[in-house]
Design a protein around this ligand. Sequence first.
Ligand code: ZN
Ligand code: MN
Length: 488
Amino acid sequence: MQSIKESVKIGLEVHVQLTSLKTKLFCGCSADYRGREPNTLVCPVCLGLPGALPVLNEKAVKYAIMAALALNCKISERMVFFRKNYFYPDLPKNFQITQYDRAGGVPLAADGYLYIEDHGQTKRVRISRVHLEEDPGRLIHIGPIDQSPYTLVDYNRSGVALLEIVTEPDITSPREARLFLQKLRNILEHLGIFDGSLEGSMRCDANISLAGGTRVEVKNITSFKEVERALNFEIIRQRGLIEKGVAVKRETRHWDEVRRVTISLRAKEEEQDYRYFPEPDLVPVVITKDMIEEIRSKMPELPDERVERFMRMYGLPKYDAEVLVSSKQLADFFEECVKIYNKPKEISNWMMSDLLRYLYENNLELHESKITPKMLVDMIRLIDEGVISGKIAKKILPIMIVSGKDPRRIIEEEGLLKISDEKVLSELVDRVFAENQKAVKDALTDEKAVHYLVGQLMKLTKGKADPAIANKIIRGKLEEIKSGAKSI
Ligand code: ZN
Ligand code: MN
Protein backbone atom coordinates (compact mmCIF):
# COMPACT_ATOMS: atom_id res chain seq x y z
CA MET A 1 0.00 0.00 0.00
CA GLN A 2 2.58 2.48 1.18
CA SER A 3 4.84 1.94 -1.81
CA ILE A 4 2.00 2.75 -4.21
CA LYS A 5 1.14 5.83 -2.26
CA GLU A 6 4.71 7.02 -2.27
CA SER A 7 5.07 6.83 -6.02
CA VAL A 8 2.13 8.99 -7.01
CA LYS A 9 3.15 11.29 -9.84
CA ILE A 10 0.99 14.22 -10.81
CA GLY A 11 1.48 16.77 -13.55
CA LEU A 12 -0.92 19.64 -13.98
CA GLU A 13 -2.12 21.45 -17.04
CA VAL A 14 -3.80 24.60 -15.85
CA HIS A 15 -5.94 26.91 -17.95
CA VAL A 16 -6.31 30.36 -16.53
CA GLN A 17 -8.41 33.10 -18.08
CA LEU A 18 -6.79 36.51 -18.21
CA THR A 19 -9.90 37.97 -16.62
CA SER A 20 -8.60 41.54 -16.43
CA LEU A 21 -8.73 41.84 -20.21
CA LYS A 22 -11.73 43.72 -21.50
CA THR A 23 -11.78 41.96 -24.86
CA LYS A 24 -11.12 38.53 -26.32
CA LEU A 25 -7.77 37.27 -27.61
CA PHE A 26 -8.33 37.77 -31.33
CA CYS A 27 -11.35 40.08 -31.64
CA GLY A 28 -12.90 43.09 -29.94
CA CYS A 29 -15.82 41.24 -28.38
CA SER A 30 -16.29 41.71 -24.66
CA ALA A 31 -14.62 39.02 -22.59
CA ASP A 32 -16.99 39.67 -19.70
CA TYR A 33 -19.36 36.83 -20.51
CA ARG A 34 -20.55 35.73 -17.10
CA GLY A 35 -24.27 36.13 -16.51
CA ARG A 36 -24.86 37.38 -20.04
CA GLU A 37 -27.50 36.23 -22.49
CA PRO A 38 -25.97 33.27 -24.41
CA ASN A 39 -24.46 33.96 -27.84
CA THR A 40 -24.67 37.74 -27.61
CA LEU A 41 -20.95 38.55 -27.23
CA VAL A 42 -19.90 37.16 -30.58
CA CYS A 43 -18.61 38.31 -33.97
CA PRO A 44 -17.48 36.61 -37.19
CA VAL A 45 -13.98 36.06 -35.74
CA CYS A 46 -14.94 34.25 -32.55
CA LEU A 47 -17.75 32.42 -34.34
CA GLY A 48 -15.21 31.17 -36.90
CA LEU A 49 -17.14 32.45 -39.92
CA PRO A 50 -15.40 32.03 -43.30
CA GLY A 51 -13.00 34.84 -44.15
CA ALA A 52 -12.88 36.35 -40.68
CA LEU A 53 -9.33 37.20 -39.62
CA PRO A 54 -7.94 37.20 -36.08
CA VAL A 55 -5.99 40.17 -34.69
CA LEU A 56 -3.81 39.54 -31.63
CA ASN A 57 -4.68 41.37 -28.40
CA GLU A 58 -1.46 43.19 -27.41
CA LYS A 59 -2.35 43.45 -23.76
CA ALA A 60 -2.88 39.69 -23.58
CA VAL A 61 0.72 39.19 -24.73
CA LYS A 62 2.01 41.59 -22.08
CA TYR A 63 -0.02 39.89 -19.35
CA ALA A 64 1.20 36.49 -20.47
CA ILE A 65 4.82 37.63 -20.40
CA MET A 66 4.31 39.10 -16.96
CA ALA A 67 2.88 35.80 -15.70
CA ALA A 68 5.72 33.84 -17.27
CA LEU A 69 8.30 36.09 -15.58
CA ALA A 70 6.59 35.64 -12.23
CA LEU A 71 6.77 31.88 -12.80
CA ASN A 72 10.52 32.14 -13.38
CA CYS A 73 10.28 31.10 -17.03
CA LYS A 74 12.53 31.89 -19.96
CA ILE A 75 10.66 33.95 -22.53
CA SER A 76 10.87 32.99 -26.21
CA GLU A 77 12.14 35.52 -28.71
CA ARG A 78 9.30 34.88 -31.09
CA MET A 79 5.67 34.32 -30.49
CA VAL A 80 4.02 32.05 -33.05
CA PHE A 81 0.57 30.54 -33.08
CA PHE A 82 -0.49 27.12 -34.30
CA ARG A 83 -3.79 25.53 -35.19
CA LYS A 84 -4.81 22.56 -33.11
CA ASN A 85 -7.36 20.76 -35.24
CA TYR A 86 -10.24 18.82 -33.81
CA PHE A 87 -13.98 18.80 -34.09
CA TYR A 88 -16.02 19.59 -31.03
CA PRO A 89 -19.27 21.56 -30.77
CA ASP A 90 -17.70 24.25 -28.58
CA LEU A 91 -15.11 25.02 -31.27
CA PRO A 92 -16.79 26.67 -34.26
CA LYS A 93 -13.63 26.87 -36.44
CA ASN A 94 -12.87 23.18 -35.85
CA PHE A 95 -9.46 24.27 -34.64
CA GLN A 96 -8.16 26.12 -31.63
CA ILE A 97 -5.56 28.84 -32.09
CA THR A 98 -2.86 27.93 -29.63
CA GLN A 99 0.91 27.57 -29.38
CA TYR A 100 2.97 24.47 -29.99
CA ASP A 101 6.43 23.41 -28.98
CA ARG A 102 7.26 21.24 -32.02
CA ALA A 103 7.20 21.47 -35.81
CA GLY A 104 8.96 24.82 -35.67
CA GLY A 105 6.77 26.13 -32.89
CA VAL A 106 7.79 27.43 -29.48
CA PRO A 107 5.64 28.17 -26.48
CA LEU A 108 5.68 31.74 -25.20
CA ALA A 109 7.80 30.68 -22.24
CA ALA A 110 9.39 27.56 -20.78
CA ASP A 111 11.60 26.15 -18.02
CA GLY A 112 10.14 27.88 -15.01
CA TYR A 113 9.42 26.79 -11.49
CA LEU A 114 7.34 27.58 -8.47
CA TYR A 115 8.01 26.81 -4.82
CA ILE A 116 5.26 25.40 -2.65
CA GLU A 117 5.44 25.05 1.11
CA ASP A 118 3.86 22.10 2.83
CA HIS A 119 4.26 21.34 6.52
CA GLY A 120 7.24 23.67 6.68
CA GLN A 121 8.97 21.97 3.76
CA THR A 122 9.71 23.77 0.54
CA LYS A 123 9.27 21.97 -2.73
CA ARG A 124 10.15 23.06 -6.22
CA VAL A 125 7.64 22.26 -8.94
CA ARG A 126 9.05 22.72 -12.42
CA ILE A 127 6.95 24.44 -15.03
CA SER A 128 7.62 23.07 -18.47
CA ARG A 129 5.78 25.70 -20.49
CA VAL A 130 3.43 28.65 -20.51
CA HIS A 131 1.49 29.68 -23.59
CA LEU A 132 -1.46 31.71 -24.81
CA GLU A 133 -4.50 30.25 -26.52
CA GLU A 134 -8.18 30.89 -27.03
CA ASP A 135 -10.93 29.51 -24.84
CA PRO A 136 -13.57 27.42 -26.60
CA GLY A 137 -17.28 28.08 -26.16
CA ARG A 138 -19.16 26.77 -23.20
CA LEU A 139 -21.11 23.53 -23.38
CA ILE A 140 -24.04 23.30 -21.06
CA HIS A 141 -25.15 19.79 -20.17
CA ILE A 142 -28.40 18.87 -18.57
CA GLY A 143 -27.42 16.91 -15.49
CA PRO A 144 -24.31 14.69 -15.57
CA ILE A 145 -22.33 14.83 -18.83
CA ASP A 146 -22.87 11.15 -19.67
CA GLN A 147 -26.61 11.30 -19.08
CA SER A 148 -27.47 14.65 -20.63
CA PRO A 149 -30.26 14.25 -23.24
CA TYR A 150 -28.88 17.17 -25.25
CA THR A 151 -26.19 19.84 -25.02
CA LEU A 152 -26.47 23.61 -25.33
CA VAL A 153 -23.62 25.74 -26.55
CA ASP A 154 -22.83 29.33 -25.69
CA TYR A 155 -20.13 31.01 -27.80
CA ASN A 156 -19.79 34.06 -25.55
CA ARG A 157 -16.70 32.43 -24.03
CA SER A 158 -15.30 31.47 -27.43
CA GLY A 159 -12.04 33.35 -28.00
CA VAL A 160 -11.47 34.54 -24.42
CA ALA A 161 -7.72 34.69 -23.69
CA LEU A 162 -6.37 31.70 -21.80
CA LEU A 163 -2.98 31.11 -20.32
CA GLU A 164 -2.00 27.45 -20.32
CA ILE A 165 0.53 26.50 -17.68
CA VAL A 166 1.97 22.99 -17.73
CA THR A 167 4.04 21.48 -14.93
CA GLU A 168 6.44 18.57 -14.91
CA PRO A 169 5.11 15.56 -12.94
CA ASP A 170 6.84 16.82 -9.78
CA ILE A 171 3.72 16.82 -7.62
CA THR A 172 3.40 13.76 -5.41
CA SER A 173 0.08 14.17 -3.61
CA PRO A 174 -3.38 15.67 -4.17
CA ARG A 175 -2.65 18.12 -1.37
CA GLU A 176 0.45 19.39 -3.12
CA ALA A 177 -1.61 19.85 -6.27
CA ARG A 178 -3.99 22.08 -4.35
CA LEU A 179 -1.14 24.05 -2.79
CA PHE A 180 0.36 24.56 -6.24
CA LEU A 181 -2.88 25.92 -7.65
CA GLN A 182 -3.37 28.17 -4.64
CA LYS A 183 0.11 29.59 -5.03
CA LEU A 184 -0.40 30.05 -8.75
CA ARG A 185 -3.68 31.83 -8.18
CA ASN A 186 -2.13 34.05 -5.55
CA ILE A 187 0.68 35.12 -7.88
CA LEU A 188 -1.59 35.77 -10.84
CA GLU A 189 -3.97 37.77 -8.66
CA HIS A 190 -1.14 39.85 -7.32
CA LEU A 191 -0.14 40.59 -10.89
CA GLY A 192 -3.63 42.00 -11.39
CA ILE A 193 -4.30 39.88 -14.47
CA PHE A 194 -6.59 37.28 -12.98
CA ASP A 195 -9.52 36.93 -10.61
CA GLY A 196 -9.78 33.41 -9.27
CA SER A 197 -13.09 34.08 -7.57
CA LEU A 198 -14.86 34.12 -10.94
CA GLU A 199 -16.48 30.80 -11.70
CA GLY A 200 -14.54 28.75 -14.22
CA SER A 201 -11.64 31.20 -14.45
CA MET A 202 -9.14 28.51 -13.44
CA ARG A 203 -9.58 25.02 -14.85
CA CYS A 204 -7.20 22.20 -14.43
CA ASP A 205 -6.45 18.89 -16.07
CA ALA A 206 -4.24 16.49 -14.20
CA ASN A 207 -2.08 13.60 -15.36
CA ILE A 208 -1.75 11.04 -12.66
CA SER A 209 0.02 7.72 -12.46
CA LEU A 210 0.71 5.28 -9.65
CA ALA A 211 3.79 3.17 -9.19
CA GLY A 212 5.24 4.21 -12.51
CA GLY A 213 2.17 2.81 -14.27
CA THR A 214 -0.05 4.22 -17.00
CA ARG A 215 -0.88 7.88 -16.96
CA VAL A 216 -4.53 8.83 -16.79
CA GLU A 217 -5.72 12.30 -17.61
CA VAL A 218 -8.48 13.80 -15.47
CA LYS A 219 -10.29 16.70 -17.06
CA ASN A 220 -12.79 19.29 -15.88
CA ILE A 221 -11.39 20.13 -12.48
CA THR A 222 -12.93 23.55 -12.03
CA SER A 223 -11.24 24.88 -8.92
CA PHE A 224 -8.47 24.20 -6.49
CA LYS A 225 -11.08 23.06 -4.02
CA GLU A 226 -11.94 20.25 -6.43
CA VAL A 227 -8.43 19.20 -7.39
CA GLU A 228 -7.73 17.39 -4.15
CA ARG A 229 -11.02 15.49 -4.27
CA ALA A 230 -10.66 14.49 -7.92
CA LEU A 231 -7.10 13.23 -7.47
CA ASN A 232 -7.90 11.39 -4.25
CA PHE A 233 -10.70 9.60 -6.04
CA GLU A 234 -8.41 8.73 -8.93
CA ILE A 235 -5.71 7.35 -6.63
CA ILE A 236 -8.21 5.08 -4.92
CA ARG A 237 -9.63 3.95 -8.27
CA GLN A 238 -6.23 3.17 -9.79
CA ARG A 239 -4.98 1.49 -6.64
CA GLY A 240 -8.09 -0.73 -6.66
CA LEU A 241 -7.36 -1.80 -10.24
CA ILE A 242 -3.69 -2.48 -9.54
CA GLU A 243 -4.55 -4.59 -6.50
CA LYS A 244 -6.98 -6.64 -8.59
CA GLY A 245 -4.30 -7.11 -11.22
CA VAL A 246 -6.28 -5.14 -13.81
CA ALA A 247 -4.27 -2.86 -16.09
CA VAL A 248 -4.92 0.87 -15.74
CA LYS A 249 -6.07 2.10 -19.15
CA ARG A 250 -4.52 5.13 -20.77
CA GLU A 251 -7.54 7.35 -21.13
CA THR A 252 -9.13 10.71 -20.48
CA ARG A 253 -11.54 10.80 -17.57
CA HIS A 254 -14.01 13.47 -16.60
CA TRP A 255 -14.34 14.70 -13.02
CA ASP A 256 -18.01 14.83 -12.08
CA GLU A 257 -18.00 17.23 -9.15
CA VAL A 258 -21.61 16.52 -8.24
CA ARG A 259 -21.24 12.76 -7.96
CA ARG A 260 -17.58 13.11 -6.99
CA VAL A 261 -16.31 10.40 -9.31
CA THR A 262 -14.20 10.34 -12.46
CA ILE A 263 -15.84 8.76 -15.49
CA SER A 264 -14.23 7.49 -18.66
CA LEU A 265 -14.65 10.00 -21.49
CA ARG A 266 -12.55 8.64 -24.33
CA ALA A 267 -9.34 6.85 -25.12
CA LYS A 268 -6.59 9.44 -24.94
CA GLU A 269 -5.94 11.07 -28.30
CA GLU A 270 -2.39 11.27 -29.57
CA GLU A 271 -0.58 14.45 -30.48
CA GLN A 272 -0.59 13.59 -34.17
CA ASP A 273 -4.37 13.43 -34.09
CA TYR A 274 -4.46 17.19 -33.79
CA ARG A 275 -2.62 17.90 -37.04
CA TYR A 276 -0.85 20.93 -35.59
CA PHE A 277 0.34 23.44 -38.16
CA PRO A 278 1.30 27.14 -38.05
CA GLU A 279 -1.63 29.56 -38.01
CA PRO A 280 -1.31 31.32 -41.40
CA ASP A 281 -3.59 34.21 -40.41
CA LEU A 282 -1.32 35.54 -37.67
CA VAL A 283 2.16 36.94 -38.14
CA PRO A 284 4.88 35.96 -35.68
CA VAL A 285 5.45 38.53 -32.95
CA VAL A 286 9.03 39.35 -32.03
CA ILE A 287 9.52 39.70 -28.30
CA THR A 288 12.49 41.94 -27.68
CA LYS A 289 14.66 42.11 -24.57
CA ASP A 290 13.53 45.72 -24.11
CA MET A 291 9.92 44.66 -24.13
CA ILE A 292 10.59 42.02 -21.46
CA GLU A 293 12.59 44.44 -19.30
CA GLU A 294 9.88 47.08 -19.64
CA ILE A 295 7.30 44.57 -18.37
CA ARG A 296 9.60 43.34 -15.62
CA SER A 297 10.19 46.87 -14.36
CA LYS A 298 6.45 47.46 -14.03
CA MET A 299 5.61 44.19 -12.30
CA PRO A 300 3.39 44.67 -9.28
CA GLU A 301 4.46 43.41 -5.89
CA LEU A 302 4.52 39.61 -5.74
CA PRO A 303 3.36 37.60 -2.70
CA ASP A 304 6.88 36.84 -1.44
CA GLU A 305 7.78 40.55 -1.49
CA ARG A 306 4.51 41.37 0.20
CA VAL A 307 5.27 38.98 3.05
CA GLU A 308 8.57 40.81 3.62
CA ARG A 309 6.80 44.16 3.54
CA PHE A 310 4.14 43.02 6.02
CA MET A 311 6.87 42.01 8.45
CA ARG A 312 8.76 45.27 7.97
CA MET A 313 5.86 47.72 7.81
CA TYR A 314 3.45 46.23 10.32
CA GLY A 315 5.90 44.41 12.57
CA LEU A 316 4.11 41.12 12.01
CA PRO A 317 5.78 37.76 12.69
CA LYS A 318 6.70 35.80 9.55
CA TYR A 319 3.97 33.25 10.20
CA ASP A 320 1.23 35.90 10.38
CA ALA A 321 2.51 37.63 7.27
CA GLU A 322 2.56 34.37 5.33
CA VAL A 323 -0.96 33.41 6.34
CA LEU A 324 -2.34 36.85 5.49
CA VAL A 325 -0.57 36.95 2.13
CA SER A 326 -1.62 33.41 1.22
CA SER A 327 -4.45 35.01 -0.72
CA LYS A 328 -4.65 38.45 -2.25
CA GLN A 329 -8.16 38.98 -0.96
CA LEU A 330 -7.03 38.34 2.58
CA ALA A 331 -3.96 40.55 2.32
CA ASP A 332 -5.97 43.39 0.75
CA PHE A 333 -8.61 43.05 3.48
CA PHE A 334 -5.92 43.30 6.15
CA GLU A 335 -4.34 46.40 4.66
CA GLU A 336 -7.78 48.00 4.26
CA CYS A 337 -8.37 47.42 8.00
CA VAL A 338 -5.00 48.86 9.01
CA LYS A 339 -5.71 51.95 6.93
CA ILE A 340 -8.82 52.65 9.03
CA TYR A 341 -7.40 51.58 12.38
CA ASN A 342 -3.69 51.35 12.89
CA LYS A 343 -3.56 48.24 15.07
CA PRO A 344 -1.98 45.68 12.75
CA LYS A 345 -1.29 42.95 15.29
CA GLU A 346 -4.79 43.07 16.77
CA ILE A 347 -6.35 42.99 13.31
CA SER A 348 -4.07 40.16 12.25
CA ASN A 349 -4.99 38.17 15.37
CA TRP A 350 -8.71 38.44 14.73
CA MET A 351 -8.30 37.59 11.08
CA MET A 352 -5.99 34.64 11.66
CA SER A 353 -7.97 33.07 14.44
CA ASP A 354 -11.71 33.60 14.37
CA LEU A 355 -12.25 34.93 10.85
CA LEU A 356 -10.15 32.33 9.03
CA ARG A 357 -11.39 29.50 11.20
CA TYR A 358 -14.98 30.37 10.40
CA LEU A 359 -14.28 30.61 6.68
CA TYR A 360 -12.36 27.34 6.70
CA GLU A 361 -15.00 25.44 8.66
CA ASN A 362 -17.73 26.67 6.33
CA ASN A 363 -15.69 26.18 3.17
CA LEU A 364 -16.06 29.84 2.26
CA GLU A 365 -13.75 32.29 0.60
CA LEU A 366 -13.49 35.77 2.04
CA HIS A 367 -15.38 37.33 -0.87
CA GLU A 368 -18.26 34.92 -0.24
CA SER A 369 -18.70 36.30 3.26
CA LYS A 370 -20.39 39.59 4.05
CA ILE A 371 -17.86 41.04 6.43
CA THR A 372 -16.06 44.23 5.40
CA PRO A 373 -12.83 45.71 6.78
CA LYS A 374 -14.87 48.49 8.39
CA MET A 375 -17.03 45.99 10.30
CA LEU A 376 -14.03 44.13 11.68
CA VAL A 377 -12.35 47.38 12.69
CA ASP A 378 -15.54 48.67 14.33
CA MET A 379 -15.73 45.48 16.33
CA ILE A 380 -12.11 45.78 17.51
CA ARG A 381 -12.72 49.43 18.43
CA LEU A 382 -15.70 48.43 20.57
CA ILE A 383 -13.44 46.06 22.48
CA ASP A 384 -10.75 48.73 22.87
CA GLU A 385 -13.33 51.23 24.11
CA GLY A 386 -14.52 48.71 26.69
CA VAL A 387 -18.02 48.51 25.22
CA ILE A 388 -17.83 44.76 24.64
CA SER A 389 -15.60 41.98 25.89
CA GLY A 390 -13.46 39.81 23.66
CA LYS A 391 -15.80 36.98 24.44
CA ILE A 392 -18.78 38.91 23.09
CA ALA A 393 -16.76 39.88 20.02
CA LYS A 394 -16.29 36.19 19.30
CA LYS A 395 -20.07 35.91 19.17
CA ILE A 396 -20.46 38.97 16.98
CA LEU A 397 -17.89 38.01 14.36
CA PRO A 398 -19.73 35.00 12.85
CA ILE A 399 -22.95 37.05 12.73
CA MET A 400 -21.13 39.79 10.81
CA ILE A 401 -19.72 37.22 8.37
CA VAL A 402 -23.15 35.76 7.62
CA SER A 403 -25.37 38.82 7.83
CA GLY A 404 -23.10 41.74 6.93
CA LYS A 405 -24.63 43.68 9.81
CA ASP A 406 -22.76 46.42 11.61
CA PRO A 407 -21.40 45.23 15.01
CA ARG A 408 -23.33 47.91 16.95
CA ARG A 409 -26.55 46.77 15.40
CA ILE A 410 -25.78 43.15 16.28
CA ILE A 411 -25.07 44.14 19.88
CA GLU A 412 -28.45 45.88 20.10
CA GLU A 413 -30.40 43.16 18.35
CA GLU A 414 -28.83 40.33 20.32
CA GLY A 415 -28.69 42.22 23.62
CA LEU A 416 -24.94 41.68 23.89
CA LEU A 417 -23.92 44.90 25.56
CA LYS A 418 -21.44 44.42 28.39
CA ILE A 419 -22.88 44.83 31.87
CA SER A 420 -20.64 47.34 33.61
CA ASP A 421 -23.25 48.98 35.84
CA GLU A 422 -21.90 48.38 39.36
CA LYS A 423 -25.32 48.39 40.98
CA VAL A 424 -26.66 45.77 38.58
CA LEU A 425 -23.54 43.65 38.93
CA SER A 426 -23.58 43.93 42.70
CA GLU A 427 -27.09 42.47 42.81
CA LEU A 428 -26.09 39.68 40.47
CA VAL A 429 -23.05 38.88 42.64
CA ASP A 430 -25.33 38.63 45.68
CA ARG A 431 -27.38 36.09 43.78
CA VAL A 432 -24.30 34.08 42.84
CA PHE A 433 -23.08 34.16 46.47
CA ALA A 434 -26.48 32.98 47.74
CA GLU A 435 -26.51 30.08 45.30
CA ASN A 436 -22.88 29.04 45.97
CA GLN A 437 -22.41 29.31 49.70
CA LYS A 438 -19.75 26.61 49.95
CA ALA A 439 -17.68 28.23 47.21
CA VAL A 440 -17.95 31.58 48.97
CA LYS A 441 -16.58 30.02 52.14
CA ASP A 442 -13.72 28.43 50.19
CA ALA A 443 -13.04 31.68 48.38
CA LEU A 444 -12.04 33.34 51.62
CA THR A 445 -8.83 31.30 51.52
CA ASP A 446 -8.68 29.74 48.09
CA GLU A 447 -7.99 31.75 44.94
CA LYS A 448 -9.40 28.95 42.77
CA ALA A 449 -12.80 29.36 44.38
CA VAL A 450 -12.71 33.09 43.58
CA HIS A 451 -12.27 32.22 39.91
CA TYR A 452 -15.13 29.79 40.22
CA LEU A 453 -17.42 32.56 41.53
CA VAL A 454 -16.37 34.86 38.67
CA GLY A 455 -17.17 32.00 36.30
CA GLN A 456 -20.60 31.57 37.84
CA LEU A 457 -21.32 35.26 37.38
CA MET A 458 -20.25 35.02 33.74
CA LYS A 459 -22.53 32.06 33.28
CA LEU A 460 -25.44 33.95 34.79
CA THR A 461 -24.83 36.96 32.53
CA LYS A 462 -24.01 34.89 29.44
CA GLY A 463 -20.51 36.37 29.37
CA LYS A 464 -21.73 39.95 29.42
CA ALA A 465 -20.42 41.01 32.84
CA ASP A 466 -17.47 43.37 32.60
CA PRO A 467 -14.68 41.11 33.93
CA ALA A 468 -12.68 43.86 35.65
CA ILE A 469 -15.68 45.33 37.51
CA ALA A 470 -17.05 41.86 38.31
CA ASN A 471 -13.73 40.88 39.85
CA LYS A 472 -13.58 44.06 41.88
CA ILE A 473 -17.09 43.58 43.27
CA ILE A 474 -16.61 39.91 44.11
CA ARG A 475 -13.31 40.55 45.89
CA GLY A 476 -14.82 43.52 47.71
CA LYS A 477 -17.69 41.45 49.02
CA LEU A 478 -15.31 38.64 50.11
CA GLU A 479 -13.25 41.22 52.04
CA GLU A 480 -16.44 42.40 53.77
CA ILE A 481 -17.20 38.82 54.79
CA LYS A 482 -13.65 38.31 56.08
CA SER A 483 -13.79 41.47 58.18
CA GLY A 484 -17.14 40.43 59.56
CA ALA A 485 -19.00 43.34 58.03
CA LYS A 486 -21.09 40.95 55.99
CA SER A 487 -22.27 37.40 56.56
CA ILE A 488 -22.37 34.59 54.02
ZN1 ZN B 1 -15.65 38.15 -31.42
MN1 MN C 1 -4.94 24.12 -23.77
